[in-house]
Each structure stands twice: as C-alpha cells, then as structure tokens.
Design a protein around this ligand. Sequence first.
Ligand SMILES: [Zn+2]
Length: 297
Amino acid sequence: MNKNRITYWLMIAIIMVTVGACTEEEGPNPNVSVITVESKTQNAFDKYLDEIYRKPYNIRFMYKMEDIESDMDYQLVPALYENSIKMANLVKYLCLDAYEDVAPDGFLEKYFPKMIMMVGSPAYLNNGTMVLGTAEGGLKITLYNINNLDVTNAAALYRYYFRTIFHEFSHILHQTKDYSTDFDKISATDYVGGSWDDAWDSGSSLEAGFISDYSSKETDEDFVELIAHYITNSEEAWAEKMEAAGENGSAIIGEKMAIVKAYLKQVWDIDIDKLRASIQMRASKLGEQDLDKITIE
Ligand SMILES: [Zn+2]
C-alpha cells in the first residue's frame, strides 16, 4: 500500500467517523427515523435529562403532556416546565446521588425504576384520599402535584415526593429479594387492610407500632413505609417519633427496624444510617443548590 492510498483510507475513515457522530443530532438519516424524530424535538432540558438520567441510568424522566395522556384514571394537568427542571435536579440530588454515596456500584442502574413521570395536578381517589404517587410494576414512578412544588420546604418535599420515591423503590427491592418472614409476625394480627385510612385516630397507629396509617395496610407497605420514613427523618426527629409512639409502639417499631436494617445491609450492602445521613446532609444544603440548571458544569 503506498502513501497516497493510506491517506485515502484514512480520509474515508475520518469522514465516516464524522458522519457517524453527526447523525444523532442533525439527521436526517432514513435508517434511524425514530432517533431523528426524537432529536428534532429535543430542547435543552431534554438534552440535560439525557446526560443526568438516560445515559448513566437508562432512566426516562417524563414531564410532557403526551407522556401522561395514557394515564386517564384521573383528570390530570401537565407539569410546569420550570418545576419539572427543579424536580429533575432535586430527584438527582436528594435521591440518586444519596444512594450513590452509600450503595454498591451498579445498584441504581440495575434496580431503580426506569421511568419517572411528572404530573402537575394532584390526583384524588373516590374516597377523597390524595394520591401522592403511584408505581407500576416497579417500572415507572409517577409524582403528582408538581405545580405546587415549594423547594424551600424540605418537610413538604419529603411528604409529597421523596417519601413516595423511597417507598416505591423499596418495593422493588423486596420484590427482587424478599425480607425475613420474622417481620410479618411482629404486627401479624394488627394489619387492617383496605380500611387503613379510617381505622386510626390521630397518632394511634404510631402507638400501635405503625410508622404511618398506611403502614397498617399490610406487611409490604409496613416494610417500605419504615424505610421511607426512617431516611427522611433526622436522628432527632425519629427519636421524637419514638417518644410519641410510647413504650409499646416504639418497641414494636424498633423490632421491625432491626429487621429492616439487617435486610438492607445483608441483601443490598446498604447501611440505612449512612443513607439517612447522606439524605439529611443533602437536604441541609438544599438552599445552596442551583435547581434551575439544565447544563452540566
Ligand atoms: Zn406501597
């Protein structure tokens, strides 16, 4: 092969690489029509979502009206664009990054739900209960009420969004590998099933050993509610709750928490106290975060 020929092949190779690199963004390429259509409608936020959710975790962060049209059980309003940006940054910062701090490599990539959907309005059940979030088969988490997002109120962030995320994600974990049946025995005769929302006077579920009214529905809900509440309460706030639970309630919750902690440690190599510390530390620095950013620094 003479020198000219080498140059020729080199040039072809360079052109191919260049063309290859361009198709995804600029198109049109008849062979990749789907990708082309998607990239044409991609705004700067979509590209940012690709960088922080899709590429590292293969997660689709959905915030557009067309994404929620299939969900017609409720009258739903799309999420405000600005609030969707804030939530994208918040979920990354307060949830994914917190797990990254303490979980083994590859944990989120493998087990975290693949779709997170934003809905602007709240959703209500026929009985008037506000739906905070739903999860479908561990694949998709839907967060409602995004248009009332208040990023200055950590308690509200936990209540309306993050406890839901931690709750649903924890379902995936126990559905993947179940916890000890010893857990089921602790409150075995006290679960109330579907009447959880009117079975308790204020505070009485806590005294009976349930961290929330919803915990009393059945064992799986009890298990994931404990995780979600534990990591969204500081050590002091948790101690206050146990105080309020009284001797009986706190003993029961303590017994359950011992199983929860051992399960997360042994099965998933996650120290729940470190996870809580990471979330609490992050929440305390929330005010320093730029939640409106749509570019990677
Ligand atoms: Zn649940």
